[in-house]
Design a protein around this ligand. Structure first.
Ligand code: ACM
Length: 267
């Protein structure tokens, strides 16, 4: 199957213009799965709750979800995209998995980064994996985590233990370490990972966050099989053999999952 990650600079609060740009970027790939950044249509560093109210939406009926469905229908693909979710009085930093039929799954970010804690509630639902099919009818199992979740190996591990072959990772990375860590997240779980990061910067008061780009796709043997620069706006595509993620053998006598010793670990 083919997987793509999209890297670009959204305009703060310009949801419709950002969706137009994302639509155009998605047109540059014939991938089965396209991963877009965290909060891809809204921007990230909210200046006020009022700004977040303006761009947040209910899942599955909000404008971002509906537009993603149209793109997925047109391109006959599945899209993973970060969305500012509004649910009653609460906001979540969420990601949706959208196909031609609409939203197939949603994930609420569990590990909130920095000032996200002042605006969003952390997701409480367990990590889940969904079954999807590529254009050839080959099944793959998709897990989703968002940006800072990478810092907590338990997130990727939970998805892998639930059976994920591929982890989609919409991101707005500002710390430099993640591109070094993702090949390890892939290796230690023997899964594919697809990190879609944004570029550019956003300011709030006298503070500026600069997003590091460097989106990357990693294979179960811990290699970055493709990556983008810190600043380019581009689509990165890789052809992957999903069956590689199902082989958890390390040596003829070692298996990544069967050799785990949960009783020995500290939680
Ligand atoms: C992040 O979690 N957006 C750094």
């Amino acid at each position: 199957m083919k997987v793509s990650v999209v890297q670009y600079t959204p305009e703060y609060l310009k949801v419709d213009a950002n969706l137009d740009r994302l639509d155009g970027l998605c047109a540059a790939t014939d991938a089965d799965l396209i991963v877009l950044p965290e909060l891809a249509a809204s921007g990230y560093f909210f200046k006020s709750v009022a700004d977040l109210v303006d761009v947040s939406e209910q899942i599955p009926d909000g404008r971002v979800c509906r537009r993603l469905q149209k793109i997925a229908q047109r391109r006959e693909c599945t899209i993973v995209c970060g969305v500012a979710e509004k649910n009653g009085p609460y906001f979540f930093n969420s990601a949706v998995v959208v196909g031609a039929e609409g939203v197939a799954a949603a994930y609420r970010k569990v590990h909130l980064f920095y000032k996200e804690k002042e605006l969003f509630r952390a997701g409480k639902e367990p990590y889940e994996v969904i079954d999807l099919y590529d254009r050839n009818g080959t099944k793959y199992r998709l897990g989703v985590m968002i940006c800072f979740d990478w810092y907590f190996p338990e997130a990727a591990r939970s998805l892998a233990l639930k059976g994920a072959d591929l982890i989609a990772h919409p991101s707005n990375l500002v710390r430099k370490d993640c591109p070094r860590a993702m090949p390890i997240r892939a290796l230690e779980n023997r899964v594919f990972t697809a990190t879609a990061n944004r570029t550019g910067s956003e300011s709030h008061g006298d503070e500026t966050l600069t997003f590091i780009g460097q989106s990357l796709i990693c294979s179960p043997d811990g290699q970055a099989i493709g990556s983008l620069s810190a600043t380019e706006e581009a689509v990165l595509t890789a052809e992957i053999d999903i069956s590689e993620a199902r082989n958890k053998r390390i040596t003829p006598l070692n298996d990544l999952f069967l050799d785990r010793r949960p009783g020995r670990y500290y939680y």
